[in-house]
Every structure is written in structure tokens, then in C-alpha cells.
Design a protein around this ligand. Structure first.
Ligand code: PMP
Length: 430
């Protein structure tokens, strides 16, 4: 692959070539290395959004033409998204739209768990969005990570075995937002099903980077529930979405209660609708859903093999170069990197991560993320920070430890990767 010729996807995106102001007052092209947080839009998705605005009306509420058009587009988007995950023809699955991945996992934790004693297994790799909702709703146990920050699949199986078929759900990230490790969700699904457990995948980081087939390649490998956010997959205002087993989401009291989720409300009774409407109280973010569906369609057209290859080349270049730079601390396994997305967490020895992160932006317009990335237990493990220290610092308002994170997207270029590396070299030489 020609390194210099791998930025052909950039023109598909909006806003990525709009200059921003540096601390010096000069203008510079931004380098968007914070795609793990949120992504710029694909032009096609943005156009679908704008087109949707022209015929914008209330979803499933009005009698007007615009209301009908928007409702139709909204339902078409639902079908596109189900198809994207290869469950479009399977009536066992439904797609439910919410605000974000965070809201959607909170919804699942509320409606799937019937009793606080029900058991759920998760991991120490999770974003808080896939940890805290379970902590507060059920009896949750954790699979730990190894010294490189990977999850050991045998540990999942051992916990399930010991659980005697009583662990109701295993909820796991599809890819880490800190190290980029991709978990073998299909293999894990199979193990879960062998032990009477269902799998929930937090696909927030995975969906824009790797093809996901919820049906798996053979029976037993099906993903039961999957959650993601359109705004991390190149869709403007992209909302959160759950794809999951309809039956388990039926005949439950919804997380959000209000209009549109009921068949009848009397003074003393409520007759609820079926999913997906049951879980979509209030006016939906219809344009965000339409934009999400269009972005996912576009990613399929570009082809996940191409997307993966592009991001892997950038990732390999950046990690290889960073390894050579004195004082750069890389987190996670930087030798075997095949199972990692283009997410690179790092520090510069002896320097404050917040100060450095700001310098990247102020001096080079390089957008990173700093801190613990809403995955404190995982970052604490990777940095060797004890719970005692972490809590002491937080309770006493002391500065907390953290990292910097570069997270790559499809529009990033080798030139940007080179600028990033050159600037790190400059920083360590100061
Ligand atoms: N899970 C993971 C793995 C994430 O990376 C994030 C966002 N950083 C979330 C969940 C939360 O996503 P949202 O902000 O859309 O709720």
C-alpha cells in the first residue's frame, strides 16, 4: 500500500479541512485525533440530515404530509440499521433509538434486570457507561484484565462455569476506548450461550471501524444485544441505538415513560405498546437516526476491509514511531498490535498529561483527549494506580493521574500522523 496515497477517504467528510486558531492567533488545519469521543460527519450523512430537515415533521404523531414523510424515513432508517448488523430479516430482533450509548445501556440495565439479585458479568475494561448502570441495578461481577490490559477469555468462561448457569448477562465492550483492543465478541457469545447467559456488546468504539455481524458465522455466535452511538460513526446528531432481542424487551415497564409508548392510559391503568415504540417515549431524534443510517450505509459502501486497512496502516506507523521516542510511555501491548483499533493512549515521562494535551491543541491544532477517558478502573490498572490513591485524590480534590489518547478515524492521513510524531519528538526534546 502506498503510504502517501491513503488519504482518499478524506474528501468524503465535512469540516475536516476548516482551519482553527492556534494559541498564537495563527490559523492551522486541525488534526482530528479524538474520534473515540465523537466524529465529523460523512458528507452523505450530512446531506441526508439536511434533506430530512426540508421535509421535517413529527414522528408517528401528525397527520400532515411532513409528519408522514419523516415517519417513513425514520422507519426506513430502523430497517437499514437492522440490515447493517445482518438481523434485518430476523423478526426476533428490534432496533430502539435513544440519546446515546450511555442512555441505551442504562435502559437495558433497567428493563432487562428484574431483581437486584440477578447476576451480570462485565469486565474491568469497560467505559463507565457499561459498568455503572449495572452496578446500581444488579449483582455484578468483573473479569479482570492482564498486565497488558487484555481480557482473558478463559476467565469469562471460568466465571460462567462457577456461576452454574445463573449469570443472566455478560456485558462487554466490543473494543476498548483506551487501548483499542478488539474483543472477540462472537467467540464470547458462544461461550455465554453454552452457560445459559446472553451477551450485550457495547459497540460504541467498534461500529465505525469493523464489520459486525450479529448473527455470527455459526449457530451460537449470535449477539443478543448491541449498543452504539451514531455520533461516533460519522453521523451528525447521531443518536444512540440498541439492537436486541424483541421478546426480552417486551412486556416490561420502560425506562423512559411518557407519550408514544402507550396504547392507552386511564386514570388508574396504562396499556403499554410493544417494542420498539415501548422504549421510545417522547419525540425521537429522527434526523439523527436518519443520518446514522446513511452513515452506516456509506461505511458499508466504502467497505470495512478498506476502512480497517487504512486505519491499521496509520496505527502501525504511529505506534512504531512512538516506540522509538525516548520518554514516551505507551499503554497496552505495543508489540502485538493486530487486535487493536487505532486508539493510542500515552504519556510523556515527567510531563503533566493535561499540560501536554493542551500544547498539542494550542501549538499544533492536534485534538486529543486527556484524562481517564471515563474508564477509570481500566486506566488505573494500566497506570498502576491503586484504588486508595485514586479515591484519596478525588475526595481531596487533588490532581488526578491520566493519559493522553489519540484515536484515529477514516479521514486521517499519513501526513497528520507524521506531524503528530514530529511534534512529540519536539516535545520530548524541550
Ligand atoms: N462506551 C464506550 C466504549 C465509549 O467509548 C463511549 C464514549 N466514549 C461510550 C460507551 C459512551 O458513548 P456516548 O457518549 O455516546 O454515550
Amino acid at each position: 500500500m502506498d503510504f502517501e496515497n491513503i488519504n482518499k477517504y478524506r474528501e468524503l467528510f465535512i469540516g475536516v479541512d476548516n482551519p482553527v486558531m492556534l494559541a498564537s492567533g495563527n490559523m492551522a488545519m486541525p488534526i482530528g485525533f479524538d474520534n473515540g469521543a465523537t466524529t465529523p460527519s460523512l458528507k452523505s450523512s450530512y446531506r441526508a440530515f439536511c434533506k430530512g430537515l426540508v421535509t421535517y415533521g413529527a414522528v408517528a404523531r401528525g397527520t400532515g404530509q411532513k409528519s408522514e414523510i419523516t415517519t417513513q424515513k425514520y422507519e426506513e432508517a430502523r430497517q437499514i440499521i437492522l440490515d447493517f448488523f445482518n438481523v434485518g430479516n430476523d423478526t426476533n430482533y428490534t432496533a430502539i433509538f435513544g440519546k446515546t450509548t450511555t442512555e441505551c445501556i442504562n435502559l437495558l440495565a433497567k428493563v432487562l434486570i428484574k431483581d437486584k439479585n440477578e447476576r451480570v458479568l462485565t469486565t474491568r475494561m469497560e467505559h463507565h457507561a457499561n459498568d455503572l448502570p449495572w452496578r446500581y441495578n444488579c449483582n455484578v461481577d468483573y473479569v479482570d484484565v492482564d498486565c497488558n490490559g487484555r481480557i482473558c477469555i478463559d476467565d469469562i468462561e471460568n466465571k460462567l462455569k462457577k456461576g452454574n448457569g445463573e449469570i443472566k448477562y455478560v456485558t462487554i465492550t466490543g473494543a476498548s476506548n483506551v487501548t483499542g483492543y478488539i474483543n472477540p465478541i462472537q467467540e464470547i457469545a458462544k461461550i455465554c450461550h453454552n452457560y445459559n447467559s446472553k451477551i450485550i456488546v457495547d459497540a460504541a468504539q467498534l461500529v465505525a471501524h469493523k464489520e459486525i455481524n450479529m448473527k455470527g458465522n455459526c449457530p451460537g455466535e449470535e449477539i443478543d444485544f448491541l449498543v452504539f452511538s451514531g455520533h461516533k460513526a460519522y453521523a451528525p446528531y447521531g443518536s444512540g441505538c440498541i439492537i436486541g432481542l424483541k421478546e426480552e424487551l417486551s412486556k416490561v415497564i420502560p425506562f423512559l415513560k411518557g407519550g408514544a409508548c402507550v396504547k392507552a392510559v386511564t386514570d388508574y391503568d396504562v396499556v403499554w405498546k410493544e417494542p420498539p415504540e415501548l422504549h421510545e417515549a417522547g419525540s425521537p431524534n429522527s434526523l439523527g437516526v436518519i443520518a446514522t443510517a446513511r452513515a452506516l450505509q456509506e461505511l458499508k459502501i466504502i467497505g470495512f476491509d478498506n476502512i480497517y486497512e487504512h486505519e491499521m496502516i496509520l496505527k502501525e506507523f504511529i505506534i512504531d514511531e512512538m516506540k522509538k521516542i525516548d520518554r514516551v510511555i505507551l499503554y497496552g501491548d505495543s508489540k502485538n498490535i493486530d487486535d487493536r483499533l487505532g486508539i493510542i493512549a500515552f504519556n510523556i515521562e515527567g510531563e503533566d498529561y493535561k499540560v501536554m494535551g493542551k500544547k498539542f491543541a494550542d501549538e499544533m491544532a492536534i485534538a486529543l483527549r486527556t484524562g481517564k477517558f471515563c474508564a477509570h478502573p481500566y486506566v488505573n490498572r494500566l497506570m498502576g494506580i491503586s484504588d486508595e490513591i485514586a479515591c484519596y485524590n478525588a475526595y481531596n480534590n487533588k490532581p488526578t493521574n491520566g493519559m493522553m489518547r489519540a484515536s484515529l478515524g477514516l479521514y486521517n492521513t499519513m501526513e497528520e500522523a507524521r506531524s503528530f510524531i514530529a511534534y512529540i519528538k519536539y516535545l520530548v526534546s524541550c
